[in-house]
Design a protein around this ligand. Sequence first.
Ligand SMILES: *Cc1c(COP(=O)(O)O)cnc(C)c1O
Length: 397
Amino acid sequence: MPGFEIFGAEERKQVNEVLETGVLMRYGFDGMRNNHWKAKEFETAFAKRMGTEYSQLVSSGTAALTVALASAGIGAGDEVIMPTFTFVASFESILALGAVPILVDIDDTLTLDPKAVEAAITSKTKCVMPVHMCGSMADLDALKAICEKYNLILLEDACQAPGGTYKGKPLGSYGHLGCFSFDYVKTITCGEGGAIITNNAEFAKHADHYQDHGHDHVGKDRGAESHPFMGYNYRISELNAAVGLAQLGKLDGILRTQKENYTILREALETVDGVTFRTVPEGGEENYSFLNFFLPTEELAKKAHKALSENGVDACFYWYTNNWHYINGWEHLRNLKSLGNLPSEVKNQMQDLNNTDFSKSDAVMGRTISSLIKIGWSEKQVRDRAEAMKNAIASVL
Ligand SMILES: *Cc1c(COP(=O)(O)O)cnc(C)c1O
């Protein structure tokens, strides 16, 4: 998955153009900047690649989620439905706005179970946030139908699946808003950075203002700009944007290599009786950043994961207990450990996460192993890995 594997001359050239002027900010300083507008250029190119009208860069994927929620008017006491399997940024961004994360089960897509989503809707629900984990997507048609029925915002977290598609559309472009991360280990990287995409002109304008202290960006004098509403600072720097601009040019090559490597591993594991694969919703195509598969039971998955590592197969994840992408690892959230006082809406409306039944998620996550797909592997390395994975897993079955 990681674009950092192919950081090179293209990125250096883009960064050097910024360093030559020393204008590290994305706005203003028109006379000094020798016409480099890396952030703006990246936004235009990213919107085009993702097939949306608008794109807004920000300082991280977490910032993208926060700004996207804010842009849609989500605030204190509004409930946002999110999955039990995701990165912690999901609940961090919701809580940052005083909104309330409502956690619901995943299914064998490893993303939101539409039935669980519908069951969790209350009069306070404002948004459904599917997270396209590990390169593949939620059942977006089913979620969209629910959002239309209850008049909710559909916000796609596509941080782990840029370049994947659903019914011909890039992931992130299907809902009202889509979010991406360009942190150092994502498919393409800026060092730190993120983006929001949307076709909604009002949300785009809100995002533009909100991520820069509410500045309306009208005219050429920042000091004289007006501020229609309060914002915050989630800006990206021109240096980070320059890296991302070069990386975006490499995205389609990254996706091609990922697919080739994924296919070799998958074909090998398909020959192992007892191994099954994550469900990809009809009409979807993964971005191939991970190969996700199931063992028949939790016990066998634990054994297989151990056997993989003992046989020298690196970069295989058992999220259920070994990692902090599943609710099992979120002791701080379950016990609402925060530095300061939390909004009363959050305290009153949050589920008691220590006693909520997530056995449906457990039944899936307990059996899931994910192999990262690297792009720097030689063909021999992938074939050796495929053989080693096949043998290690077969040895426990
Ligand atoms: C990485 C990631 C984020 C947050 O991105 P940062 O840029 O690290 O803040 C959000 N959601 C998911 C699913 C991620 O993988």
